[in-house]
Design a protein around this ligand. Structure first.
Ligand SMILES: Nc1ncnc2c1ncn2[C@@H]1O[C@H](COP(=O)(O)OP(=O)(O)OP(=O)(O)O)[C@@H](O)[C@H]1O
Length: 265
């Protein structure tokens, strides 16, 4: 039987007269890497924001892990296991890598990690230690231990993106929303990031919903692809089937033959 972790049903979202999303429905299977593609302004970020709770669609419902989350606030959705990264870096530049990642874990801690250390040898301290161990695991996984004490703002772009991913993972998400995780990266950084996304999906069992413009990456790592165009769903399915679709090739890729498709991204 199909194990669906996310069900988006008939979502419509408008900003004044601008229709960002119109009647978009789709399902994401637990354990999948699901990519959303489409031209600029197609509604991709609006969809991610609707899932995370940042935007409130005027119409439609969103179910996550068998629960109606349509009316839940972003924090409540995060508590249920929806993590995310942003299109533009959203790290605390003046804080260390470790502290940035601990912020991601904050909501999991019963005791506030800022006031926690003030209580002596208390459960709060023990809790912080346990959290630190888990954070160290994530740091090892993403190969950022050499910069764990560095100030986040001083790191290269690729490393900062990885720290952002670490912070999202620290939330212990069942589903992670990635908004253009490879944007602005060189080829090597992109290859690294693709590997980490695959590993967090396979080793940690985290379902991934990702917006990505690099078609090579999308084709390589996605189990399913959905195309948005002018706020509407054009098609979704296996990556090869979507790329072979005539409408997609014309409307989005503007391509005629396979040779050109290879060059995208
Ligand atoms: N907060 C907002 N206020 C007003 N209009 C918005 C807002 N967010 C998105 N829009 C509009 O909704 C439409 C869809 O935008 P969205 O950012 O979701 O597209 P996108 O596919 O993510 O584009 P891009 O690839 O450029 O990031 C656009 O017309 C955009 O201007």
């Amino acid at each position: 039987m199909k194990d669906t972790i996310l069900t988006v049903d008939q979502i419509s979202l408008a900003f004044g007269g601008v229709k960002a999303l119109t009647d978009v429905s789709f399902e994401v299977e637990r354990g999948a890497v699901f990519s959303i593609i489409g031209p600029n302004g197609a509604g991709k970020t609006s969809m991610l924001n609707s899932i995370s709770g940042r935007y409130r669609p005027q119409k439609g419902t969103i179910h996550f892990d068998n629960q109606d989350v349509t009316h839940l606030r972003p924090n409540a959705r995060a508590d249920l296991g929806i993590g995310r990264t942003f299109q533009n870096l959203a790290l605390f530049g003046h804080m260390s890598v470790l502290d940035n990642i601990m912020v991601g874990r904050h909501h999991l801690m019963k005791n506030n990690w800022l006031t926690g250390p003030l209580y002596w040898a208390s459960p709060a301290q023990k809790e912080e230690l346990a959290h630190r161990r888990q954070v160290e695991e994530i740091i090892d996984f993403l190969d950022i231990s050499h910069v764990r004490k560095s100030i986040a703002g001083t790191l290269s772009y690729g490393l900062r993106k990885r720290v952002e991913l670490a912070r999202a993972m620290a939330l212990n998400p069942k589903l992670i929303l990635l908004d253009e995780p490879m944007a602005g990266m060189n080829l090597e950084e992109k290859e690294d990031m693709a590997r980490y996304i695959l590993d967090l999906n396979e080793e940690f069992g985290i379902t991934v919903v990702m917006i990505e413009h690099d078609m090579g990456v999308v084709m390589d790592i996605s189990h399913e692809v959905m195309v948005l165009d002018f706020g509407k769903k054009l098609i979704s399915g296996l990556p090869e089937a979507v790329m072979a679709d005539e409408h997609v090739r014309q409307a989005y890729l503007g391509l005629e033959d396979d040779e050109q498709l290879q060059e995208v991204g």
